[in-house]
Ligand binder design. Structure first.
Ligand SMILES: *Cc1c(COP(=O)(O)O)cnc(C)c1O
Length: 408
């Protein structure tokens, strides 16, 4: 038997079935009108943000990275809970506006911004995190054409990366940001252009579970921001320190020690150089804020045996939960946390593989793991489905279409 990832805290059984915010999956599925279904828990999101705020220095603002989960009711909930939003496309700009979020709280990073996207962002008062000198030139001319002083920050490609991170986004040659040594010259041009100067965005990586590595990266980020601000010759108004806070997905993964990160960051904040004395700092997080608050529910439509192995075949699959199938940025396929939701908390009775309904061997949600005996009609839960699920999976594949989504 292969192990499953750890089921996040906060899920319990109600009358033998998994419950989210106290409501059983059977009721949730009935409310939603069927499976496959993503359920997001507002209770778990709220407590996650509250715990994070309690651990971090007061001076640190918290931003939500919309690409983790742009579902409209989720954005509406986060608008009450976090200080800012980071978007990475014109499509996400439309989504935050649709959710009624004030664009003064929004910043827009990401390579390859088209002129229409730059213009929409400038008109809306969104802060642009410039990814190249050429993008800066286009932003200057669009701003002049529309007659608005743009709000501009520079995304810095740092000379370091986040150790142990699942996705490295800094250090060496990268399509993201502007190499650190070229930043002060561009910053002076931005300031000289009459734009509103919004400072630096320094993002070094994602999905790290090592608190000391994150703290070390934050310390390096502050050092770099201080040097670049000093070379620019103007105190830094704002600095986005990136994120990278990971969640446990796989067997053996341990939760991140945020108390340690918070106390080490408070020490760094106590000894900032003059160029950063009045800087507003933020971090931007996606999966840490919502990943564990989401569960993907899919119903078993067939149970079969082949060469002595049991296969539970579901009405969902990798077209909604690509990451759980191991095909979204993982090298070795390991099992996400999973359970038979309609027999939650019941003893393991057999080894089975949970597969999706797509006609490809890639479509495997749990491989040779231990479950209570499940029948056709039972519901499978895949946990850690709050981030990079619905919006990061190929829902058009094989004509299947998207899953339903629900915030409780
Ligand atoms: C993807 C991304 C994030 C969010 O990453 P998480 O791992 O979900 O926290 C934040 N900032 C930038 C620039 C990103 O590209």
């Amino acid at each position: 038997m292969k192990p499953l990832g750890p089921i996040p805290q906060g899920y319990e059984a109600v009358e033998g079935a998994l419950a989210v915010d106290g409501i059983s999956v059977t009721d949730l599925i009935e409310r939603a009108g069927g499976t496959p279904l993503f359920v997001y828990s507002s209770g778990l999101i709220r407590s996650r943000v509250a715990e994070l705020r309690a651990a971090m220095p007061d001076r640190l603002a918290i931003h939500y990275a919309v690409k983790a989960n742009p579902y409209n009711p989720v954005l509406g909930l986060f608008s009450q809970l976090v200080d800012g939003f980071d978007i990475a496309s014109g499509g996400e700009l439309a989504m935050v506006r649709e959710a009624g979020i004030d664009c003064a709280r929004v910043s827009f990073a990401g390579p390859g911004k088209r002129d229409e996207e730059l213009e929409a962002a400038i008109l809306a008062g969104v802060t642009l995190n410039l990814e190249s000198e050429a993008e800066a030139d286009r932003a200057f001319s669009i701003a002049e054409a529309v007659g608005i002083a743009p709000r501009l920050a520079i995304r810095v490609n740092p000379d370091f990366d986040l150790k142990g991170s699942g996705m490295k986004m800094g250090g060496g040659a990268k399509p993201f940001g502007i190499d650190a040594e070229r930043v002060p010259a561009l910053a002076r041009r931005v300031i000289g252009s009459g734009a509103e100067w919004r400072g630096f965005h320094i993002f070094a990586g994602s999905q790290a579970l090592d608190a000391e590595a994150i703290a070390e990266t934050q310390a390096q980020t502050l050092l770099l921001a201080g040097q670049l601000a000093q070379e620019t010759g103007v105190p830094l108004p704002h600095c986005n320190l990136g994120g990278g806070f990971g969640i446990p997905y796989f067997p053996g993964d341990q939760p991140l020690d945020i108390a340690l990160i918070g106390s080490l960051l408070a020490e760094r904040f106590a000894e900032l150089p003059p160029a950063l004395a009045d800087t507003d700092f933020c971090i931007e997080l996606g999966r840490y804020l919502i990943g564990e608050a989401g569960v993907y529910l899919t119903r078993i439509v067939d149970r079969k045996e082949s060469h002595g192995e049991i296969f539970l075949i579901t009405d969902g699959g990798l077209h909604h939960q690509l990451a759980a199938s191991g095909n979204f940025g993982t090298v070795v396929r390991r099992n996400y946390p999973a359970a038979i939701a309609t027999r939650f908390g019941t003893e393991v009775e057999e080894e089975a593989s949970i597969v999706g309904c797509l006609c490809t061997p890639l479509d495997r949600l749990a491989d040779k793991a231990g479950f209570p005996r499940a029948e056709v009609g039972d519901v499978v839960a895949i946990f850690c489905a709050g981030a990079y699920g619905a919006s990061a999976s190929p829902s058009a594949f094989l004509g299947q279409g998207p899953a339903k989504e629900m915030l409780v």
